[in-house]
Design a binder for this molecule. Sequence first.
Ligand code: ADP
Length: 247
Amino acid sequence: MDDVEKLKKENEDLKNSNAVKSDLISICAHQLRTSLSALKWIFKMFIDKDVGALSSEQESLINKASESNERMLALVNDMLTLSHAENTALSFKSVPTDVIKLAEQTLFEFSGESHKKQIELIFLKPNNIVPEISCDPEMIRVVFQNLIENAIKYSESGDKVVISIKNENESIEISVHDNGIGISESEQANIFGKFFRAENAKKKDIIGSGLGLFTTKRIVEQYKGKIWFESKTGAGTTFFVSLPINK
Ligand code: ADP
């Protein structure tokens, strides 16, 4: 076997062992998610008093257990999405996708959450026709999910979240605006970093893993798109995503 052949074989072996490791992470995360989801519903039954009244001490303990479970669930969900985005990075699907429909479906998924938090979700559709873009709809759905979820999460009851989609010549521009807690100027440079969470988010005890925006940026860049934001502490944040229309 000559050197080139040897290197090729080593490369192949490395790829295989990496794939096995990734599969293992995905399988573990899926199993964990199943168990954590089951716990979530059990806690909910206690909290909703479906199984009878609780003493105030029991209630407080169940609430703490439920919050901790939610944290783990959020982390496992983010791990799953990230591992999927990293594994499929070289083979992202490319199918014609209606971004407006995708946005509407995602908004519908969040209608319960926003109603519970009394946040109005507003969708500003474009006046002109938006062409389909060639992408993996499940990955672009993750982009919408992460941005809308954050906008709701980092807003207060009574606030509004506005999603808009525009057709800008060669690209589609998506924006997600909120008038929530905002991101301080000194932390803005770090916001797309893996596991990064701003101080105001941590202080408010809002559940999160710091993986959502990191994953979102990876996906957007995979499609040669751009992601950026404008924010002011206490006044709100707008995230923008621009995706090229590949004809
Ligand atoms: P997390 O799971 O913590 O929400 P993300 O990666 O989605 O992680 O976001 C990273 C950090 O960016 C968050 O922890 C929060 O500090 C900040 N952030 C993201 N979106 C918003 C927003 N709409 N308003 C205020 N802060 C935000």
